[in-house]
Design a protein around this ligand. Structure first.
Ligand code: AMP
Ligand code: GLY
Length: 433
């Protein structure tokens, strides 16, 4: 079978790497892909969010399955158009992808279906937003409602900061049209979890919960990035929390989709804050997370293609957990110096190999017979081991000993530490399935 993967980051390399292990998969195509994906299949230089170009390529390739990695093609309606043309496409249609595309829409959806989330108000006018903030004393979060590549969220400790955030988003228009509408919400405290579920809107196949590390600096300091590392399973989740997540979050989300006749077939990513009151939803994404997918693909102990095709066809037979290896996987993102701000490209990358470590490519490309950096997040160095601490040691060894690396490489040194601290305080540890 032939699979066409849209996207060119670490997530798409990880999905392709997992699929390439299946004897059924005879051809893998990526658009645009990166230097890593070109070793698994063929890269096609096209913008995955350009629906007509994707359709033309799909007509030429005749893939048995098209998998959409990033959100932009889904917002552009690639799933609607390609399904109309008879292709089997993994990724929700435009209407369902609204859960990620418009934060105000997602919050209203949660409110309608009693899904726990921070209390909020939506504004399309700066003056009204300012009046609302002036009556508050607590910390607030100000969010551009539209898509802003994960950067449109400002956590504000004081009302003054919240007022400045409104100006930045609505007056200075730092996030362009994404900030025409904003959501102001209560600031939640707790630890974050990423939930990845494959769903056809009725049944759910769940990956183990993972933890991302969004801020650029150690100890979660500094500006947010696309994600500087992730590990799974998240040690925070015990049986009690899992059942609260299932009952209080996943079930009402599915019931809401059904009640509103939203045809959701794809991956639903639920960003959670685990507060003292219980799990609360921070956001929905309508695609796999990056970098969470990298450790999830090392953990998964069953073939991916049947899971994705059954989801895309709306034919999941029952809800269950996806089989995983017993142990932990941890991914450290190696970024270009300066990221998430300005950074240089074109640095030569060395790519030595270590046992038990997979180096997923993100911003990489070929140039004059070498592999060079071409983005902010460059590599996702991902290890698997029965113990979390050993997975961490393996991933960091590859970086610290410069087995993989490039000039100006930056990475956080504390990926997985929250999980390690939890494990040290716990004795009932049974990772995986
Ligand atoms: P979002 O894109 O809505 O998930 O927000 C990006 C990041 O901002 C989250 O991963 C959190 O770290 C933080 N955040 C968003 N909403 C809240 C909230 N209500 N309370 C505290 N932190 C938040
Ligand atoms: N790692 C966060 C995301 O993919 O949105």
């Amino acid at each position: 079978m032939k699979v066409f993967i849209l996207g060119g980051g670490g997530r798409e390399h990880a999905l392709g790497w997992k699929m390439a292990q299946s004897p059924e998969v005879k051809g893998l195509y990526f658009s645009p892909g990166n230097a890593g994906t070109s070793e698994l299949g063929t890269n096609i230089n096209a913008n995955p969010a350009d629906v007509e170009t994707v359709l033309t390529r799909a007509r030429e390739l005749k893939p048995d399955l098209i998998v959409v990695g990033p959100e932009a093609p889904l917002f552009a309606g690639v799933a609607d158009r390609l399904e109309e043309e008879g292709f089997l496409i993994f990724g929700p249609k435009k209407r369902a992808a609204m859960l990620e595309q418009e934060k105000a829409y997602a919050k209203d959806f949660m409110q309608r279906h009693n899904i726990p989330t921070a209390s909020f108000k939506v504004f399309d006018e700066a003056a009204a937003a300012r009046r609302y903030i002036e009556g508050k004393e607590s910390a607030l979060v100000v969010k551009a409602s539209g898509p802003a590549l994960g950067k449109g969220v400002i956590v504000c400790d004081t009302p003054e900061e919240a007022l400045a955030a409104v100006d930045k988003i609505m007056v200075e228009k730092k996030f362009g049209p994404a900030g025409e509408e904003i959501v102001i919400e209560e600031c939640l405290e707790g630890e974050e979890l990423s939930l990845h579920i494959l769903t056809d809107g009725k049944r759910v196949l769940s990956f183990p919960a993972s933890q991302d590390h969004k801020p650029v600096g150690e100890g979660d300091e500094g500006p947010n990035t696309g994600g500087m590392g992730a590990y799974a399973p998240a040690s925070l989740v015990d049986a009690g929390l899992q059942s609260r997540i299932d009952n209080e979050i996943v079930e009402p989300v599915l019931a809401g989709l059904e009640a509103e006749d939203i045809d959701y077939r794809g991956l639903l990513y639920i960003g959670l804050m685990i507060t003292e009151k219980g799990p609360q939803v921070l956001e929905f994404n309508c695609r796999f997370g990056d970098p969470e997918t990298q450790p999830l693909m090392l953990l998964a102990d069953e073939e991916l293609v049947p899971l994705l095709t059954d989801t895309a066809r709306g034919r999941l037979s029952k809800s269950r957990k996806i089989k995983t290896k017993k142990g932990y996987s941890l991914c450290v993102v190696a970024a270009s110096a300066g990221y998430p701000g300005a950074y240089k490209k074109g640095k030569r990358i060395s790519l030595g190999k270590t046992e038990g470590v997979v180096c997923f490519h993100a911003g990489t490309r070929h140039k004059d017979g070498e592999i060079v950096t071409s983005g902010g997040r460059v590599l996702g160095v991902t290890a698997f081991s029965p113990e979390l601490k050993d997975a961490k040691i393996k991933a960091y060894e590859a970086l610290d000993e410069k087995i993989v690396g490039f000039e100006g490489m930056y990475y956080r040194r504390d990926i997985g530490d929250k999980g390690l601290r939890k494990l040290e305080g716990r004795t009932d540890e049974t990772p995986g399935d």
